[in-house]
Design a protein around this ligand. Sequence first.
Ligand SMILES: Cc1cc2nc3c(=O)[nH]c(=O)nc-3n(C[C@H](O)[C@H](O)[C@H](O)COP(=O)(O)O)c2cc1C
Length: 317
Amino acid sequence: MNDQLYMAPLLAFTDCTFREVYFRHFTGIDGALAPFIVVSENSRYRKKAVRNLLPILHDSIPIEPQVLSRDPYAFAALAVLLEDIGFSSVNINMGCPARAVVNKGRGSGLLPYPDIIREFLNISLPKIKIPVSVKLRTGLHSHDEIFPLIDVFNDFSLSQIIIHPRLGINKYEGPVNLDIMDDIVDRFKAPLVYNGDISRDSFDGLKTRFPSINRWMIGRELIKDPFLPGDIKSGVLSERTSVYGERKGKLRIFHDDLLKAFSQIIGNEVALVGKMKSYWNYLGSLFPDEKDELEKMKKILKLDDYRKCVDILLGNH
Ligand SMILES: Cc1cc2nc3c(=O)[nH]c(=O)nc-3n(C[C@H](O)[C@H](O)[C@H](O)COP(=O)(O)O)c2cc1C
């Protein structure tokens, strides 16, 4: 399969530790967009957020950093810094639906304002040498907001446009709107990357419905079903995800590596267990018959108890 698969940015989930461990154990992903770094109007950003990107410069999978900002000068300055560090592309977040972000006119808060976006790109892009991509939703309040934005984006040279066909106000709820995708899919100058609810069940239908798209970005389902990208690439999607035999063993080894990696950076036991449990909120869907055990896990605070629970779910090898 010639299609490109990307790991979506999931703040607090697909950080550099997770990515590094994931790429050692699973195949199928061609590139990843890192979770956003916020940069304020006075160019303030958390140095740790940039430092966190650094180990992956040595990674075999290309990583694109993402910036969340409404200030073109601050965005450009950070993009230039990222370029100096060694990154070969950068992404602008125009999709984040969090109220605090939208209220500041960032993320999907930009989408109702095509003139502001035009100004943002007009000022920032000439200052940046590396390719710039945009990740956006189809609107904040209405899918109609996407139409004037297409004209804006088509006036610039963007490396790709990652589109998640949901409204900002709908956060992550409800179905993706594929009808709006039908209307816009062939109107962008830049290559489109489709994002939103890609799963074992939906992928073939999306490919058939949007034959001109060959770039796909997978978010939550990659954590729920880590084998998914590899199975898409090798065309064995119909194979059920239920974790049995060899797959259970692979998941166990991946899990243990992830726990080890996080235990090296999270000293506090409760915080470490909390971090691991957050993955199980997604991964738990592979274990429909283990609802009681997964419920029990939610209350666990001690590492020993957590390990016992994982032994039951993944087997003790
Ligand atoms: C917990 C969480 C964190 C996210 N963090 C980011 C982020 O940092 N940057 C971004 O562009 N999108 C972020 N997203 C959105 C995802 O990248 C993606 O667009 C969305 O989940 C839809 O894709 P999916 O259905 O494959 O998950 C986040 C989503 C979730 C659920």
